[in-house]
Design a protein around this ligand. Structure first.
Ligand code: NAD
Ligand code: DAU
Length: 356
């Protein structure tokens, strides 16, 4: 079995669904169910014995130790984090607690468990830490994309907390020999993306007739990675990555924010035209910029391709079409998230589970 943390969030739930679609190896899924955790994402696994859900905090050393001793996973994939930059600006505390203190406690619990494994299991064990390209800071207009050798220059409380967690993972490998790997990936998008992030927020607001908020001049650039491609990269690193190494993961799709939003508008114009026949582009509204806003991220994922043969399958055009179609087909999911009704899901569907 493998243990995922944060597997009820956006990327984690896509990963769990993807994993169990391709393998019968069970997943123990530990998630605190913060506002970002949504078990409705995993509703299709409700009666599937291969998915064992436990509500809990990666920082709860006693609970994590109990789970490790009971389920004896061969690997841990750490998705659990506070992930939204704007929230980190308004309130950094949760980011420090989960992303730094929580990762530290998880590393210690896992180290203790791993130290007690028999030699063969011990050398096969893996701890995969899921991190972000934001730790590298902001690129200039003509700088080469981030490679794994770029220095860390985090600019937001979120990216600083993720940078700290990456350093802890590195140190636990170098000092204690914990077989850890780190992936630093670019902006994900796809199904189950919480509508606080640019792409799902703009799809939701467009359909609700609300403004599409563009920070500053909208010329900040991000590399966009379809979440299914991120899942395949993680699987590949878990399977064949070199212990102690770092792998950048990117979609090869660098776009300015304004271009992303106009693409969404054009797609919605074609797939779900406004009742008045006008374009969703009319809803675009320029608003105040994010403080400390990183201007440009771009990823060089060449190491992952050269060493492990991974490449993204989706282009931005194919991935964004799938994403828009998913949101159009899953308006109930969006309604439940935006109304807060998804928070009742645990009680209704997982009443008998959720404990260790
Ligand atoms: P998310 O916010 O959608 O989900 C995070 C999940 O972690 C939620 O289910 C939440 O309940 C859970 N969680 C939070 N604190 C926890 C704790 N203390 N203990 C246990 N569970 C806890 O995040 P996401 O977008 O799915 O991101 C997953 C990981 O990938 C994060 O580590 C993030 O930094 C990283 N990442 C995300 C992106 C992206 O574009 N979304 C890009 C690069 C890296
Ligand atoms: O690069 C990887 C990171 O991508 C992850 O580590 C983070 O967890 C994830 O949230 C994401 O961070 P960003 O800040 O890049 O994503 P977000 O969707 O919040 O914003 C994308 C860009 O769009 C960014 O330049 C800010 C801008 N933006 C965002 C929002 C929410 C707007 O212009 N308007 C908005 O309303």
């Amino acid at each position: 079995m493998i243990l995922t943390t944060g597997g009820a969030g956006f990327i984690g739930s896509n990963f769990v669904l993807d994993w169990l679609a391709g393998s019968d190896e069970p997943v123990l899924n530990l998630d605190k169910l913060t506002y970002a955790g949504n078990l409705e994402n995993l509703a299709s696994l409700c009666a599937d014995p291969r998915h064992v859900f436990v509500q809990g905090d990666i920082g709860d050393a006693a609970q994590v130790a109990r789970l490790l001793a009971k389920h004896r996973p061969r690997a841990v994939v750490n998705f659990a984090a506070e992930s939204h930059v704007d929230r980190s600006i308004h309130g950094p505390e949760d980011f420090i607690q989960t992303n730094i203190v929580g990762t530290y406690r998880l590393l210690e619990s896992v180290r203790d468990y791993w130290s007690g494994l028999a030699a063969v299991e011990k050398s096969a064990f893996r701890f995969l830490h899921v991190s972000t390209d934001e730790v590298y800071g902001s690129l200039g207009r003509i700088d080469p994309p981030f490679s794994e050798a770029n220095r860390y220059e985090p600019n937001s409380p979120y990216s600083a907390s993720k940078a700290a967690s990456d350093h802890l993972v590195r140190a636990w490998h170098r000092t204690y020999g914990l077989p850890a790997l780190t992936t630093n990936c670019s902006n994900n998008y796809g199904p189950f993306h919480f509508p606080e992030k640019l792409i799902p927020l703009c799809i939701h607001n467009a359909l609700a007739g609300k403004p599409l908020p563009i920070y500053g001049d909208g010329q900040q650039r991000r590399d966009w990675l379809y979440v299914g491609d991120h899942c395949s990269a993680i699987r590949r690193v878990l399977e064949a990555g070199q212990v102690g190494e770092v792998y950048n993961v990117g979609g090869g799709s660098e776009k300015a924010n304004l271009e992303v939003v106009t693409t969404l508008c054009d797609m919605l114009d074609a797939l779900n035209p406004r009742a008045d026949g006008r374009s969703y582009r009319e809803q675009i509204a320029f608003v105040a910029d994010r403080p400390g806003h990183d201007r440009r991220y771009a990823i060089d994922a060449g190491k992952l391709e050269r060493e492990l043969g991974w490449k993204p399958v989706e282009t931005f055009e194919s991935g964004i079409r799938k994403t828009v179609c998913w949101y159009l087909d899953n308006q109930d999911w969006v309604r439940n998230v935006t109304s807060g009704a998804y928070r009742d899901w645990v009680g209704r569907q997982y009443g008998a589970q959720g404990g260790d």
